[in-house]
Ligand binder design. Structure first.
Ligand code: ZN
Length: 123
């Protein structure tokens, strides 16, 4: 069953709220990073902890950026009427799956197939 306009509007609202949340978190962290640079840490052990924290932060940032990009793409798909359509087989993605993961572009069958292929490649 195709998604109703109301369902699409719900997804859109959810995605925008999610993106806002990520973007807000991001700017706060960038600010914190800049502030940290203004201090010097005489204890090398402290310095190591700070460096580790920072690289962890940056990894998170990277994931957030990718997620924001996916959210934007999902919003585009809502506009184009492609939201909820599997990129691979053109079938419909179940609403349950979309609710759990609104940025997905694959139906569960194609996703499982892709994961299987990835596993085979690694082995
Ligand atoms: Zn599919």
């Amino acid at each position: 069953m195709p998604l109703t306009k109301k369902q699409l509007a719900e997804f859109e609202k959810q995605l925008i709220a999610w993106r806002d949340e990520l973007e807000m978190g991001q700017s706060e962290n960038i600010h914190a990073l800049q502030e940290q640079d203004q201090y010097t840490y005489p204890d090398p052990a402290d310095q190591a902890t700070i460096e580790a924290d920072r690289s962890f932060d940056l990894r998170i940032k990277d994931r957030e950026r990718k997620l924001i990009r996916k959210i934007n793409q999902a919003l585009e798909r809502i506009k184009n009427g492609e939201f909820g359509i599997c990129e691979s087989c053109g079938g419909r993605i179940s609403i349950k799956r979309l609710q759990a993961r609104p940025v997905t572009t694959l139906c569960i069958d194609c996703k499982q197939q892709q994961e299987q292929e990835e596993r085979t490649r690694v082995d």
